[in-house]
Design a protein around this ligand. Structure first.
Ligand SMILES: [Zn+2]
Length: 169
């Protein structure tokens, strides 16, 4: 790789772009960075100094890319950022990896949502079961109490009956 290729690659990555990005992409990124690091936006001296440093780097990367587009691209000749296989292959690989990842995330989302819905449905069903069980227990207690009272009543009546019979005879 020639030193200017390396410089070019660095300039692209400085703007978070892959080699082969268009001049419009470069320009948009340049504007963004130039605005973000405008020294007027900072009040402290050291912040202003940092901003100026960032601006210098931004301008340098922009100059490298502008020069490259103006010379190599305008002449229509083979260019290290579009014709170099390794550049484009790694760019495409990274792009497709990013796309695959995004797709996986998109695919996972409905599944996750469904799982959550299922979980909350399960929760509701369990709560309903618990409530029903509680009612069942209360019913059972009531039934037992009624049975005991009825048993007592039966015993008392039988005793009265027995006493009456015994008294009459
Ligand atoms: Zn190029």
């Amino acid at each position: 790789m020639m030193p200017e290729d390396d410089e070019l690659k660095k300039a692209f990555s400085f703007f978070n772009l892959l080699p082969g990005a268009s001049i419009e992409d470069v320009h948009a990124q340049y504007k963004r960075r130039a605005m973000a690091w405008h020294p007027d936006r900072f009040s402290k001296v050291e912040q202003k100094r940092d901003a100026e440093e960032e601006l210098k780097l931004t301008n340098h990367a922009n100059d490298v890319l502008k020069e490259h587009f103006r010379n190599t691209h305008a002449s229509g000749g083979p260019c290290s950022c579009t014709a170099s296989k390794s550049f484009n292959e790694s760019a495409n690989r990274r792009k497709s990896q990013a796309e695959t990842h995004a797709q996986t995330v998109r695919q996972q989302e409905p599944e996750k949502r469904m799982a959550n819905e299922e979980a909350s449905r399960d929760g509701l069903a369990k709560a309903a079961q618990l409530a029903a069980a509680e009612v069942g227990v209360k019913d059972e207690n009531l039934r037992r109490q009624v049975a005991i009272y009825m048993g007592i009543c039966w015993l008392v009546l039988t005793a009265i009956n027995w006493a009456a019979t015994a008294f009459h005879s």
